[in-house]
Write a protein that binds this ligand. Structure first.
Ligand code: F6P
Length: 550
C-alpha cells in the first residue's frame, strides 16, 4: 500500500480500539514464546529479509522478536493511525503542533534551495538559506581571524551558552565531529545554572580571545540568561563595557530580548517558531558547531539530514528506516512492556548522542494525553539512555544480558574508523568485534546444556546461562562523517514522529517542563528575602528553611 493511502483513525477512535491493535495483541500472544534461535534456524535468509538501507546507512533488525507477519501488522497499525498523511502534513507546513498552533518544519532547515515550503503563504526555504549564508560568512571570519576581539586578538575559544535544545544538539555534534573541527579554536558549552558550570568554562580563558554565543530560542530561559549575565560580567571586568559587541553574538527568535540584553541585533542569527528547540541543531543553533567544523562540513551534515528526510517521505514503510525503528520501539513498549530503550553507539565521538536523544525522544513523546486532551490508553515514550561501547559492557551490560527486565537496544557502529589507532594493535577491530559479539550474545544467549557441555561445575551452570532473546537493532554506517551524523539525527527525529503519530500525542510541545519553572520562580524570593515565609507543604518548607539557615 502506498504511504499516503492512509486508513486514518476516525475522529474519536483511540489507537488501542482498532482492529489492527487487536490483531497485534493476538499475534503477540502467539509469538511471545518464540526464540530468536528458532527464528534464525527456521529461516537462513532472515538477516537479508530484515535488513534495509538508506544512502549507505544500514539497519539490520533481524535480531528482533518479529516475523514478517509482525512487521506487516505493525505497519498496518501505523497506516491506521494515518502516518502517511501525517508525514505529508508535516512536510507541507500544516500546523500539526496543535497546542502551540505552529507548523513543525525542522525539515525546511535542510531543504535545498529551489524547493518551496510555505508558512502562511511565505516560502521559508530562501529565508533558511539566507541565515545559513550569514552564519557561513560569520564563521569564516572567526575561523580566518578577520573577526577579532575588542583588543584585536583572534578568537581561540567559543563558549556556547544555552540549555536543552540550545545546548544538547550542538554539544553532541561538536563532540561527534571533532575529527572535522579546526583544532585551533576550542568550543565549550555552558548550560547548567549551577555557577560552577560557567566558572569552569571561563576561569582559565583569556577574555580578549573568547567569543560567547548566547543561544536561546525564547531568550527568556532562566539558566541561559543567568549564565549570559555572568559571562558579560566576567568579560566587562577585564575589557570594559564596549567589548560586549566584539565578544557576544546571539542565536534566537526574539530580537527584542537580544537587544535588551545588549547584543547588537546585527550579530544575531535568527530562526523561527516553527523549529522546536530539540529539533534545532541544524538551524542557527548550530552556530558554535559551524565555527568548529566550518560551513562546508556543516552543509554536508545538512545533506545527510535531507537525505534521510527524502527517504522518510518517499520510501514504502516496509523499507523505511525511521518507520521501522518507530514501530519496533512501539512493539516492545506497548506489547512487551519494555520501559526503557538503550542507544549504544560504538564510537567515543558519539559520547553525547544518547543524552541528545533523551531530550529528542522523552521531551517529545513523554506524554499522557492525546491531541484531543484525552488520556492515552497505552504506554507512550520509553526512558532513553545509553553510553558508548565498549565502556557500557563493563558497567550495566550485566543487566542487559541476565537481568529480569528486557531492554531493547540500538547498536550504532561504523565500518571505518576516524583514526586507525597507534601502534600494532588494530583497536577498531577490537571495538567492532565487541560490537558484533554483543548483539549475538544478547540474541542467542547460552543454554544450560551448552554451559554444562563446557564442563562448568553444576552449581555454576545457572549463573553462567544466558537466556538470550534480548532484542537489538544494528545500525551501521560507512564512517562517522558529517553526512552520517545528519542521517542518524534525522533518523531518530522521524522515529519519534512515527511513534507520536501512532500514540496520537503532540510530539512538539513540552508543557511538562513548565510547573517546575513556575515553582522555582516562586521559591527564588523565599531563598533571598529573610522576611518572606515559605508557604508550601511541610517538607518543602523545612528544606527551604534549612537552606536559609546556613
Ligand atoms: O526545557 C524546556 C525548553 O523549552 C526546551 O524545550 C528548550 O530546548 C529549552 O527549554 C531551551 O529553551 P530556549 O532555547 O528558549 O532557551
Amino acid at each position: 500500500m502506498a504511504n499516503t493511502e492512509s486508513t486514518a483513525l476516525a475522529a474519536g477512535t483511540v489507537v488501542d480500539r482498532t482492529p489492527e491493535w487487536a490483531a497485534l495483541a493476538a499475534h503477540h500472544a502467539e509469538i511471545s514464546g518464540v526464540t530468536l534461535r528458532k527464528l534464525f534456524a527456521d529461516d537462513p535468509g532472515r538477516a537479508d529479509s530484515f535488513t534495509v538501507e538508506a544512502d549507505g546507512l544500514r539497519l539490520d533488525y533481524s535480531k528482533n522478536i518479529v516475523t514478517a507477519r509482525t512487521v506487516e501488522l505493525l505497519l498496518a497499525l501505523a497506516r491506521r493511525a494515518g502516518l502517511g498523511a501525517r508525514i505529508e502534513a508535516m512536510f507541507g507546513g500544516e500546523r500539526i503542533n496543535v497546542t502551540e498552533n505552529r507548523p513543525v518544519l525542522h525539515v525546511a532547515l535542510r531543504t535545498p534551495l529551489g524547493t518551496s515550503i510555505h508558512v502562511d503563504g511565505v516560502d521559508v526555504v530562501p529565508e533558511v538559506h539566507a541565515v545559513l549564508d550569514r552564519m557561513s560568512a560569520f564563521c569564516d571570519r572567526v575561523r580566518s581571524g578577520v573577526w577579532t576581539g575588542a583588543t584585536g586578538e583572534h578568537i581561540t575559544t567559543v563558549v556556547n551558552i544555552g540549555i536543552g535544545g540550545s545546548d544538547l544538539g550542538p554539544a553532541m555534534a561538536y563532540q561527534a565531529l571533532r575529527d572535522y573541527s579546526d583544532r585551533s579554536i576550542a568550543v565549550r558549552f555552558v548550560s547548567n545554572v549551577d555557577p560552577t558550570d560557567i566558572w569552569e568554562a571561563t576561569h582559565d580563558l583569556d577574555p580578549a580571545r573568547t567569543l560567547f554565543i548566547v543561544a536561546s530560542k525564547t531568550f527568556t530561559t532562566l539558566e541561559t540568561l543567568a549564565n549570559a549575565r555572568a559571562a558579560r560580567a566576567w568579560l566587562t571586568a577585564a575589557l570594559g563595557q564596549d567589548a560586549v559587541a566584539h565578544h557576544f553574538v546571539a542565536v534566537s527568535t526574539n530580537a527584542e530580548k537580544v537587544a535588551e540584553f545588549g547584543i547588537d541585533t546585527a550579530n544575531m542569527f535568527e530562526f523561527w517558531d516553527w523549529v522546536g528547540g530539540r529539533y534545532s541543531m541544524d538551524s542557527a543553533i548550530g552556530l558554535a558547531l559551524m565555527v568548529a567544523i566550518g560551513p562546508h562540513h556543516f552543509r554536508e551534515m545538512l545533506a545527510g539530514f535531507h537525505a534521510m528526510d527524502v527517504h522518510f517521505r518517499n520510501t514504502p514503510f516496509e523499507r523505511n528506516l525511521p518507520v521501522l525503528l518507530g514501530v519496533l520501539g512501539l512493539w516492545y513498549r506497548d506489547f512487551f512492556g519494555a520501559q526503557s530503550h538503550a542507544v549504544l553507539p560504538y564510537s567515543q565521538y558519539l559520547d553525547r548522542f544518547p543524552a541528545y536523544l533523551q531530550q529528542l525522544d522523552m521531551e517529545s513523546n513523554g506524554k499522557s494525553v492525546d491531541l484531543a486532551g484525552r488520556p492515552v490508553p497505552v504506554p507512550t515514550g520509553p526512558v532513553v539512555w545509553g553510553t558508548p561501547g565498549t565502556n557500557g559492557q563493563h558497567a550495566y551490560f550485566q543487566l542487559l544480558h541476565q537481568g529480569t527486565t528486557v531492554v531493547p537496544a540500538d547498536f550504532i557502529g561504523f565500518l571505518a574508523p576516524n583514526h586507525p589507532g597507534v601502534g600494532d594493535v588494530d583497536q577498531h577491530v577490537l571495538l567492532m568485534a565487541n560490537f558484533f559479539a554483543q548483539t549475538e550474545a544478547l540474541a542467542f544467549g547460552r543454554t544450560a546444556e551448552e554451559v554444562a557441555a563446557e564442563g562448568v561445575d553444576a552449581g555454576l551452570v545457572p549463573h553462567r546461562t544466558f537466556a538470550g532473546n534480548r532484542p537489538t537493532n544494528t545500525l551501521l554506517a560507512p564512517k562517522l562523517t558529517p553526512f552520517a551524523l545528519g542521517q542518524l539525527v534525522a533518523l531518530y527525529e522521524h522515529k519519534v514522529f512515527t511513534q507520536g503519530v501512532v500514540w496520537g500525542v503532540n510530539s512538539y510541545d513540552q508543557w511538562g517542563v513548565e510547573l517546575g519553572k513556575v515553582l522555582a520562580g516562586r521559591i527564588i524570593p523565599e531563598l533571598t528575602d529573610p522576611s518572606a515565609s515559605p508557604r508550601h507543604d511541610s517538607s518543602t518548607n523545612a528544606l527551604i528553611n534549612l537552606f536559609r539557615s546556613v
